[in-house]
Design a protein around this ligand. Structure first.
Ligand code: NAP
Length: 283
């Protein structure tokens, strides 16, 4: 039987690899791959005849509604929604422009929530919503706090939705929390961070964060070549799709397991001391 699947953020990284693996997995999977740029439509549709590129900017309500119209012109029901679109807003909170922090929430929190609200009426009553969250939702990573907060907020909202929906339907909302995955997201975040900080008038404070910004830059560089591969997440997504009774949360990657473990183990003051110590060792 055909399964209709929507994947957001399909132009790159985890979303793109998920489209590739889904197409390989079964000819019964019809995949709507969300993209924003014209050239990316050809890129995703090249994967298989079962992949349809759908223009969707998750922060733009009209664009989400247009995508809904397009998808409902092809199918009456969706079986799976995979929320992978995301960005990382990095930098010292003292200097970040509040609008850049709001944008972080628009992409990572409000966007996926609005998308789910929009597509819920056509989601199969036994359907699944799979969200690529992050170990960052533990909130223990300074200098990417907007990212951590946006992921934690999404986790809370969707956990509540999961409980609320159980009243009458069997839709499963599943969260995946990867550790570091080798994708372009970290390099993009560093570029955005330095572009954002150019707007600050407070050069003296900016200079005082030079060490921390160097650490951010180095970490972003390292993250491109360490940790999980996007295919590891894509394979887990396929396992979840096939599982009639998946768990609500999957942590994947040693770093993710470690971070969730220590963030539950230590009280806030001790955890903060450990984080400060770790930052000092990186300097
Ligand atoms: N990589 C990691 O270490 C890691 C770890 C844990 C969780 N995650 C999560 O995994 C998800 C995928 O990230 P990734 O690592 O695969 O990053 P990526 O390679 O940078 O891919 C991000 C995707 O999101 C799309 N996107 C960004 N803003 C959008 C918007 N406003 N509307 C629609 N699409 C938008 C991008 O499209 P464009 O190409 O058009 O910009 C791109 O397709 C994210 O939610 C991220 O937080 C990543």
């Amino acid at each position: 039987m055909k399964k209709y699947i929507l994947v957001t953020g399909a132009s790159s990284g985890i979303g793109r690899q998920t489209v590739v693996e889904l197409a390989k997995e079964s000819d019964d999977y019809i995949i709507f791959a969300s993209i924003r740029k014209r050239e990316d439509k050809a890129l995703v549709e090249r994967v298989s005849k079962n992949v349809k590129g759908v223009y969707l900017d998750i922060t733009n309500r009209t664009s989400v509604l247009k995508a809904f119209k397009f998808i409902t012109s092809k199918t009456k029901t969706l079986d799976v929604i995979i929320n992978s679109a995301g960005i990382v807003t990095a930098g010292p909170l003292e200097l970040l422009n509040i609008n850049d922090i709001k944008s972080q929430f628009e992409v990572n929190t409000f966007g996926p929530l609005f998308l789910i609200q929009t597509f819920l009426p056509i989601l199969n009553k036994n359907g699944k919503i799979i969200n690529i969250n992050s170990m960052a939702q533990t909130g223990i990573f300074p200098f990417i706090a907007p990212y951590c907060a946006s992921k934690r907020a999404l986790s809370i909202l969707l956990n509540a939705l999961n409980i609320e929906l159980k009243n009458n339907i069997n839709i499963k909302i599943v969260e995946i929390n990867p550790g570091v995955v080798q994708t372009p997201i970290w390099q993009k975040s560093i570029k955005a961070c330095f572009d954002n900080l150019k707007k600050t008038n407070n050069k003296t404070v900016l200079d005082s964060y030079q060490n921390e910004l160097d650490i951010l830059k180095n970490n972003a560089q390292k993250n491109q070549t360490k940790g999980l591969f996007a295919i590891d997440i894509a394979k887990l997504i396929i396992k979840i799709i096939k599982n009639k009774n998946p768990k609500t949360r999957y942590n994947i990657g040693l770093d993710s397991h470690f971070v969730f473990f220590i963030s539950k183990l230590f009280p806030c003051d001790i955890l903060n001391k450990l984080i400060e110590f770790k930052l000092k060792t990186l300097k």
